[in-house]
Design a protein around this ligand. Structure first.
Ligand SMILES: [Mg+2]
Length: 194
């Protein structure tokens, strides 16, 4: 095992859900809303083939906010994992924070608690061989707190850019989506080994 890639889930593995009534973006709240991006299972397989274990670290506050049941959220998560593993890649572990921000827990990103949990199984691997990959500013913040490399997935002209600038944050890599990340990641690895 060369390293570990920690993946945010919503917006990285599966599409987010837009609430047409309120115009807000949410996680899938029911299995019928799960839409895993078509490139995900192959991307995970590629990361495994490159020698990287893949784990998921995801904030899922919808049950705590009273929007759906915990069973629904667990069914959603299982469906995402099944699809993500469907090309023979493996998700090593999943770490879910069920709290909302008011709970002031240590696991909810941008706190690094879930990342630390996920990396417990890989104590022999240096943090500079570990990545946090997500489509949110909080993913990059959590990765920096845990001392991993970070990748931000999303357009370069986005609201997050302003926040990165204000907070003095700079992701190690910037990619459009997980498939694009794998390509950048392979380039990054080979640059380092020159
Ligand atoms: Mg996300």
């Amino acid at each position: 095992m060369r390293g570990v890639v920690l993946l945010d889930r919503d917006g990285v593995l599966n599409d987010v859900v837009i609430d047409p009534e309120h115009g807000t973006v949410d996680s899938p709240l029911h299995i019928s809303q799960v839409r895993v991006y078509p490139w995900v299972s192959k991307s995970i397989r590629s990361l495994n083939d490159l020698g990287y274990a893949v784990s998921i670290v995801t904030n899922q506050p919808a049950f705590a906010k009273g929007k759906t049941t915990r069973a629904n959220l667990e069914a959603v998560h299982r469906a995402v994992i099944d699809e993500a593993q469907s090309s023979g890649g493996r998700i090593f572990s999943s770490h879910i924070c069920w709290h909302q921000s008011e709970d002031r827990c240590t696991c909810r990103k941008p706190q690094p608690g879930m990342l630390e949990d996920a990396l417990t199984a890989f104590q022999h691997i240096n943090r500079d061989q570990c990545w946090m990959v997500g489509d949110g500013v909080t993913d990059v913040q959590a990765g920096q707190k845990a001392g991993t490399l970070t990748a931000f997935l999303g357009p370069r002209k986005c609201d997050a850019c302003k926040v990165f600038e204000l907070e003095g944050l700079c992701p190690t890599l910037w990619a459009r989506n997980l498939q694009d990340f794998v390509v950048c990641f392979e380039g990054f690895q080979s640059d380092k080994s020159i």
